[in-house]
Ligand binder design. Structure first.
Ligand SMILES: [Ca+2]
Length: 552
C-alpha cells in the first residue's frame, strides 16, 4: 500500500488518523469480503497501488477510485451517447446495445491535473488491446461514453479531460498557464497512455499487445500529434476530422468565418433561418454532379454554386439574401489567403450548409457562432504566453502581422510536421477520415496536410500510403452522425487488419443508419485520391453499385 501522507505534512494528526483509518477500513473490507472474486479484489486494490514513479515521476499518477462493475445496464442517455461516440471512434456498436460487459472502472489523474477514466473489461473478456479516446474541442471533461462504447467491443478504453476543466470553446483555463497548454497540446495523451499501461499491467498482469488512439477534431489531432511526438505510444491511429494545423484552424479558419458572419457590433449577418434556403439551392445546383441525385454532394470541388443567385430582387424581402448576406456567404466558401494570394486555409465546402447552424450562425439567440468562440478564446488565452488584455478587440487581430508572435504556440500545438518517418519505421499505421460536409474543419485542410506528408515521405523514398491513408466521406459532418452521409464504418477493424494482419485498407465500407440503427444505405470509401463512383445502374443504396475511380 502506498503512503498517502508524508510525516512532514502540515495536516493535523487527528485528520491523518481519520484518513488512514478510512483507507485501511476500505482495504480490509476489500480483503475480507468473502463474496469478492480475486479479480474484483484486484480491481478494488488499484486505488492503493503506487503509480507515482511512472516516467521517473514525470507521469505521476494517482488512482482515486476503482470498482468492479457487474451487469450494468446503460440508461437511455448513456446508450444513445455510447452509440454516437462509437461511430466517432470508428468502432461502432449496435443501436440496441444497453448492457455493458463486466469491467473494472478506474478513475484518477496524472500530475498535475489530467483527469481520466479507464474501463478494463473483465480478464476473461479483454481482447488484449488498449484504446484511448482523445478529447475533442477545447476538452475539459472526462466523458464516460467512449469507454462505455469501447468495452462493448472488449477494448480497455480510456478517456480524459486534456488536463483542465472547461465547457465548450472556453479557453480561460489556459490563461497564463504554460503547463496546461502543454498538456492540452500534446502531453496529456502520452502520459495517460503511460498510466493506462501501468494500471493494466497491475490488473491483467500483462501489458496490452496493441495500443490504439482514436478521436475526432482535436481528438483526431491527438493521434497525428502522437505519431509525431511519441511514435512508439500507439500501434495505430484513427483520426477523424483532425484539426492538424491547430493555430490555423482557430486563427484563420474560425476567425475568418466569424468575421464573415458578424458585423462590427458582433451581431449576426446571417441567421439560422437563411440556412435551409442556401442548403437547398446548393443541393439543387450540385447534387447530380456525382452521377447520383441522393441528397449528398460527393465532391464539393465539382460544385460551382454562386450565392449571387439568391440575392433579393428589387422589392423582394423574403426567401432571398441581402447584399451583405450574399457577401458573407461568398466569404464562407472562399479560401483564406495571405497577402501573396496563397491559400492558407480552404473555405467551407459546398454541402456543409446544414452544419452552418451552430458553427457560423448562432444556435441560440443568446449565443455567438461556435467559430467565434473558437477564434476569440484561442486568441485571448492560448495564442500568446501572456493572455491578451480583456478589452482587446478580436477584430484588430491580423494573422499575417502576428505570424512571428504565434511561433511559440504553433510549435507547441500544431501537428502538421510532415516528417512521420519514426512512426512509420516503428510499424505504426494511421487511418484518417474527413467528412466532406464538415463545416467546422473543411476537409481541404486535411487534404493539404496529407499531400504534404505524401510529398515529404516521397522525397525520403517512402510512400505515405504504406502507413497512412485518408478517406474522404461524402455528406459526413464534423464529429456527428446526423448529416446525410454514411457515418458508420468499422475503422478499428480495418486498422487492426493493417497493424496486426498486414492488410492495408484498400476500401472501407461506410453505412448510413436510421433512428432505429437499421442500415439504410451502404457505400465503399476508397483511399485518397480514389473516390467511390456510381456505376449508373445498380441499387444506389448498395455498396456493390460503386467502383473505385475519379468523379469528373
Ligand atoms: Ca449526389
Amino acid at each position: 500500500m502506498k503512503i498517502k501522507f508524508s510525516l512532514t505534512s502540515k495536516v493535523s494528526y487527528p485528520l491523518v488518523f481519520v484518513c488512514v483509518s478510512s483507507v485501511s477500513t476500505q482495504l480490509m473490507a476489500a480483503q475480507t469480503a468473502p463474496q469478492l472474486s480475486a479479480e474484483e479484489r484486484a480491481c478494488m486494490s488499484l486505488r492503493f497501488d503506487d503509480f507515482s514513479k511512472l516516467e521517473s515521476g514525470e507521469a505521476a499518477t494517482n488512482v482515486i477510485e476503482s470498482s468492479f462493475v457487474k451487469g450494468y445496464q446503460m440508461n437511455a442517455t448513456e446508450s444513445e451517447w455510447a452509440y454516437k461516440h462509437s461511430r466517432l471512434m470508428g468502432a461502432p456498436i449496435p443501436r440496441s446495445q444497453t448492457q455493458l460487459p463486466d469491467h473494472c472502472l478506474v478513475k484518477g489523474y496524472v500530475s498535475p491535473t489530467i483527469r481520466f477514466e479507464l474501463r478494463l473489461p473483465a480478464r476473461a473478456l479483454w481482447n488484449q488491446k488498449y484504446l484511448l479516446n482523445a478529447c475533442m474541442g477545447f476538452c475539459g471533461d472526462v466523458s464516460p461514453y467512449p469507454p462505455m462504447a469501447g468495452i462493448v467491443r472488449h477494448y480497455a478504453t480510456m478517456s480524459h479531460d486534456g488536463g483542465h476543466t472547461a465547457y465548450g470553446f472556453d479557453g480561460k483555463w489556459a490563461r497564463n498557464n504554460q503547463q496546461l497548454k502543454i498538456d492540452f497540446a500534446y502531453r496529456a495523451n502520452h502520459v495517460v497512455a503511460v498510466a493506462a499501461k501501468a494500471i493494466m499491467e497491475k490488473f491483467y498482469h500483462t501489458q496490452p499487445q496493441y495500443s490504439f488512439i482514436t478521436g475526432c477534431s482535436k481528438g483526431g489531432h491527438a493521434g497525428v500529434m502522437a505519431a509525431k511526438r511519441y511514435p512508439n505510444d500507439f500501434d495505430g491511429v484513427i483520426a477523424r476530422g483532425p484539426t492538424v494545423n491547430y493555430t490555423d484552424v482557430n486563427l484563420v479558419n474560425c476567425m475568418d468565418n466569424a468575421r464573415a458572419v458578424l458585423n462590427d457590433r458582433d451581431e449576426p449577418i446571417l441567421s439560422s433561418q437563411e440556412i435551409p434556403m442556401i442548403a437547398s439551392a446548393v443541393m439543387s445546383a450540385c447534387d447530380h454532379k456525382d452521377g447520383l441525385v441522393d441528397g449528398v454532394i460527393s465532391d464539393p470541388r465539382l460544385c460551382d454554386f454562386d450565392p449571387q443567385t439568391l440575392a433579393c430582387e428589387a422589392g423582394q424581402v423574403s426567401n432571398c439574401l441581402s447584399t451583405q448576406q450574399v457577401e458573407a456567404v461568398k466569404a464562407l466558401y472562399a479560401p483564406s489567403k495571405n497577402a501573396q494570394g496563397e491559400v492558407i486555409y480552404g473555405g467551407l465546402p459546398y454541402g456543409s450548409e446544414p452544419e452552418w447552424v451552430g458553427w457560423v450562425t448562432p444556435l441560440l439567440t443568446q449565443l455567438q457562432p461556435f467559430a467565434y468562440y473558437a477564434a476569440t478564446e484561442y486568441l485571448k488565452y492560448l495564442a500568446y504566453p501572456e493572455a491578451l488584455d480583456i478589452d482587446y478587440d478580436w477584430r484588430d487581430f491580423s494573422y499575417q502581422n502576428e505570424k512571428e508572435n504565434l511561433q511559440e504556440i504553433s510549435k507547441l500545438i500544431d501537428a502538421d510536421d510532415p516528417d512521420l518517418r519514426q512512426f512509420k519505421n516503428s510499424g505504426g499505421k494511421m487511418i484518417v477520415l474527413h467528412g466532406w460536409s464538415d463545416a467546422a474543419i473543411p476537409a481541404y485542410a486535411t487534404i493539404d496536410w496529407y499531400e504534404n506528408v505524401e510529398s515529404f515521405m516521397h522525397t525520403h523514398h517512402q510512400e505515405v500510403r504504406d502507413f497512412a491513408r485518408l478517406f474522404l466521406l461524402p455528406g459526413v459532418i464534423h464529429c456527428g452522425i446526423d448529416g446525410p452521409g454514411n457515418s458508420t464504418y468499422d475503422a478499428i477493424s480495418a486498422l487492426e487488419a493493417w497493424v496486426i494482419g498486414g492488410v492495408a485498407p484498400d476500401s472501407l465500407l461506410t453505412q448510413k443508419e436510421n433512428a432505429l440503427g437499421e442500415v439504410i444505405k451502404e457505400q465503399p470509401a476508397y483511399p485518397y485520391p480514389m473516390q467511390a463512383v456510381y456505376n449508373g445502374k445498380g441499387d444506389p443504396t448498395k455498396a456493390t453499385s460503386f467502383y473505385a475511380g475519379f468523379l469528373k
